[in-house]
Design a protein around this ligand. Structure first.
Ligand code: DX5
Ligand code: ZN
Length: 219
């Protein structure tokens, strides 16, 4: 049984055929549906909001891994819980009272995730790491799919892994942005537990096969 999880990002799906693409992920060896919500303020792009997440939930058979790229995410914690999110990841850079936000997410029965932008050092999580279920390292600047992977992510992965071990924490490490079959193995070797992949999967000719390959490479 494979240890590393694969989370296809539906940002790269064909929105005109969303049901088809969600069902492709259902049928695949992927573990989670990754859902990117952007507000045009925290990031310079707007993706989709609640009605689309509701439509995804209607067809999805795997857990919804929701990534909020929005300012003041506390406003919508209950909303995404009601929509059926399995995990809710907020950005460190968007939270004034991160500890309170994490407790609020967990109180709603979801896994609590924190995403770090490429420019944010992992040390900012020293005092909250034991309260976090998932740390999402952004390996591109958030806002768009299809960007080039930032190589410094490997250093951050190793530092984060060491922090988690040092603090005897249990957080999963998720890597988001620019993941392909070329870097998947190295990311896992450096400590990744969950790999998000959007364009690499959905722009491939045989997405089911691509997911299978990623899963095998990741191990
Ligand atoms: C970027 C999003 C990512 C994105 C990844 O802001 O958070 O989840 O969909 O897309 P790729 O895999 O194409 O870089
Ligand atoms: Zn994402």
């Amino acid at each position: 049984m494979s240890r590393v999880k694969i989370a296809p990002s539906l940002l790269a799906a064909d929105f005109g055929n969303l049901q088809r693409d969600v069902q492709m992920v259902n049928k695949s060896e992927a573990d989670w549906h990754h859902i990117d919500v952007m507000d045009g303020l925290f990031v310079p792009n707007i993706s989709y909001g609640m009605p689309v997440v509701k439509a995804i939930k209607k067809f999805a058979t795997k857990p919804l891994d929701v990534h909020l790229m929005i300012v003041d995410p506390d406003r919508y914690i209950k909303t995404f819980a009601a929509l059926g999110a399995f995990s809710l990841t907020v950005h460190y850079e968007a939270c004034i009272h991160l500890h309170r936000t994490l407790q609020a997410i967990k109180e709603e029965g979801m896994l609590a995730g924190v995403a770090l932008n490429p420019a944010t050092n992992i040390n900012v999580l020293e005092d909250t790491i034991r309260d976090i279920d998932i740390v999402m390292l952004m390996s591109v600047n958030p806002g768009f799919g299809g960007q080039t992977f930032i190589e410094n992510t490997y250093n951050k992965l190793r530092d984060l892994k060491a922090l988690i071990q040092h603090k005897r924490a249990n957080a999963l490490i998720e890597v988001d942005g620019g993941v392909t079959s070329l870097n998947a193995k190295a990311l896992v070797d450096a400590g990744a537990d969950v790999l998000v992949a959007g364009s690499f999967i959905f722009s491939s000719e045989h997405p089911l096969q691509t997911i299978k390959e990623l899963k095998e490479i990741a191990g």
